[in-house]
Design a protein around this ligand. Structure first.
Ligand code: AMP
Ligand code: MN
Ligand code: MN
Ligand code: MN
Length: 298
């Protein structure tokens, strides 16, 4: 089992625990190396880092950036070991999330047209950061008001393409997201590759390979292989893609809060055999410099 967890969310984006509570929770779950990767926002990192020091956890500054690829495919790029003080990253994220409130009003209008009123105000009651409102907050409102039994079923009947509450939105470009991460000294990671859709269908194998070719060309260096939202088969497929494209492998729960996550924090399964862990990039393994591996250098 891994004691790394390099993907999770706090109230700064769409998690339910404040950064300090999240770190305490991670410690209670045996996590030794943690990255907080809130969507499009760096505000939780300082508090989480301080809390991690108190718990004896190694903390890696992170972020998860929402990206639009090829007109209308939404993908997520995680940045690990970034520098939160790097101005182009911080400013790019501010610009990228600026449209969220306007988008939320359009989502509420779409729900109202389907007979569900008060969704904007209802979702706002779950928001912890006035700059960040997302689909998860609407999902909590829809569960609270009895329109769905849990968060997972919300994303089958609402908020996804073709269903009430879904609206198109244009996020940051792939090139910008990767550039900001690399510019800040971080490692760009393609998050949960098993979860992407084009229209209402999973991304085709061809589209996934095109995406990875573009991502590596831009300087992307890793892919999430172990993810709380992957099935064992999706994990194996991601491991294959890592090898095919020469990418490092990352691991994270994508935890959003007790009781509503794909998977609890920590205690993630080991990376499949043959994967090179993404933490080589900052722990001084052969991958960090791109140098030829030297026996005993790790
Ligand atoms: P947004 O960035 O506002 O479009 O919201 C995306 C978030 O919705 C993701 O980060 C997840 O937290 C949540 N989400 C999307 N699909 C699902 C799903 N099938 N089950 C649970 N949560 C989901
Ligand atoms: Mn989320
Ligand atoms: Mn994601
Ligand atoms: Mn996430």
């Amino acid at each position: 089992m891994l004691d790394y967890d390099l993907h999770c969310h706090s109230t700064v984006s769409d998690g339910t625990l404040a950064p300090v509570e999240l770190v305490a929770y991670a410690a209670s779950r045996g996590v030794k190396v943690l990255s907080l990767t809130d969507h499009d926002d760096l505000d939780g990192l300082a508090a989480a880092r301080a809390a991690a020091a108190q718990h004896g956890i190694r903390f890696i500054d992170g972020v998860e950036i929402s990206v639009t690829w090829r007109e209308d495919v939404t993908i997520h790029i995680v940045g690990l070991n970034i520098d939160p003080a790097y101005a182009p990253l911080a400013q790019g994220l501010i610009d990228g999330r600026r449209g969220r409130v306007e988008r939320a009003h359009r989502m509420a209008d779409s729900l109202a047209a389907a007979g569900i009123g008060g969704a904007f105000e209802g979702a706002m009651r779950f928001v912890g950061n006035p700059e960040f409102i997302g689909r998860t907050h609407f999902a909590r409102f829809l569960v609270e008001t009895g329109h769905a039994k849990d968060i997972g079923s919300v994303f089958k009947h609402f908020l996804v393409k073709g269903k009430p509450g879904f609206v198109e939105h244009e996020w940051t470009t792939l090139a910008e997201a990767v550039e900001w991460i690399i510019g800040s000294g971080g490692v760009a990671v393609l998050a949960h590759p098993g979860r992407y859709t084009m229209g209402r269908k999973p991304l085709s194998r061809k589209a996934m390979r095109d995406l990875l070719a573009e991502f590596t060309e831009l300087g992307g260096r890793a892919i999430e292989v172990v993810s709380g939202s992957h099935t064992p088969q999706q994990c194996a497929e991601a491991a294959h893609l890592a090898q095919e494209f020469g990418l490092l492998a990352s691991a994270g729960s994508d935890f959003h809060g007790p009781g509503e996550s794909y998977r609890d924090m920590g205690r993630l399964p080991d990376l499949p055999v043959g994967c090179r862990p993404v933490w080589e990039a900052w722990e001084g393994g052969a991958a960090s410099s791109g140098a030829v591996a030297v026996a005993g250098s790790a």
